[in-house]
Design a protein around this ligand. Structure first.
Ligand SMILES: Cc1cc2nc3c(=O)[nH]c(=O)nc-3n(C[C@H](O)[C@H](O)[C@H](O)COP(=O)(O)O)c2cc1C
Length: 234
């Protein structure tokens, strides 16, 4: 009898879909439209390819240019690049091979108390002369009143939305740099929190494997726009 969980089986089957042996496309130009069109979820990586800390930071630095609710930037990142830590993560993430083969797994996290940085964030605007102290104080008070009183569920929703935006930007940045990624929701969030000693205020948004892909993702199919778009009102 198989010991694989249904989810693990489902995630393994993805790799049995008609996959070509071709490598992910090397982009000749990194025009935004090309990068966005060519990004694929890649699940096969060169395990010998290691990214440097600087390379990972370069991607994160551009990812955090993403917009966020009240500019509170509640995203946090746990970069898992140590092989032993990746092995620890493997069973928590349904034994998805990309966890151990890609250069790093970036756990995108959301800080449910991200609003506590409001003073720092808006204080910087005052220092740069783009906001008066008075407006800053008003903003910070309003933010504290609003975000400080959200239920955990509502705060989590904000963290997930902002975390999704930063994740997308990270994946596109990687593609523009000739690297590949796959976003992953197929992991046990509770076990993850326990295994990596996640502080109470942080929750996982998604895991992203990043590295040098060796097999491109399967062909894209997207629903046609006319099935997705309504103009003006339903
Ligand atoms: C939130 C989220 C969770 C995902 N979880 C997984 C996952 O656990 N494992 C996996 O192999 N792919 C995962 N994917 C990748 C999707 O299967 C993939 O984005 C989709 O099939 C479209 O293919 P493309 O990314 O190549 O365009 C996830 C994608 C998203 C956005």
């Amino acid at each position: 009898m198989s010991t694989k969980s249904a989810k693990e089986e489902y995630l393994t089957k993805i790799n049995e879909m008609k996959l070509s042996d071709e490598k992910p496309k090397e982009l000749e130009d990194t025009d935004f439209f090309t990068v966005a069109r060519e990004r694929r979820s890649v699940r096969h990586y060169d395990p010998s390819y290691k990214m440097t800390k600087e390379e990972i930071e370069e991607l994160l630095a551009v990812a955090v240019q993403a917009p966020s609710s009240s500019n509170l930037q509640p995203w946090r990142f746990l970069v898992i690049e140590d092989q032993e830590q990746k092995e620890k993560l493997l069973p928590i993430a349904n034994n998805q091979q990309q966890i151990v083969d890609a250069s790093a797994v970036i756990a995108v996290l959301g800080d449910l108390e991200g609003y506590k940085n409001a003073d720092t964030i808006y204080g910087a605007a005052v220092e740069r002369g783009s906001m008066t102290e008075e407006i800053k104080d008003f903003y910070v008070k309003t933010i504290n009143d609003h975000y400080g009183n959200l239920s955990r569920e509502a705060a989590s929703r904000v963290a997930m939305i902002d975390g999704g935006l930063v994740s997308m930007q990270l994946m596109l940045a990687a593609k523009a740099k000739g690297l590949d990624t796959v976003p992953m929701g197929g992991y046990d969030a509770e076990k993850f929190a326990e295994a990596f000693s996640l502080p109470e205020n942080l929750q996982t948004v998604m895991l992203i494997s990043v590295g040098k892909g060796v097999k491109k993702g399967f062909e894209k199919f997207r629903l046609p726009l006319d099935e997705l778009v309504t103009w003006d009102t339903f």
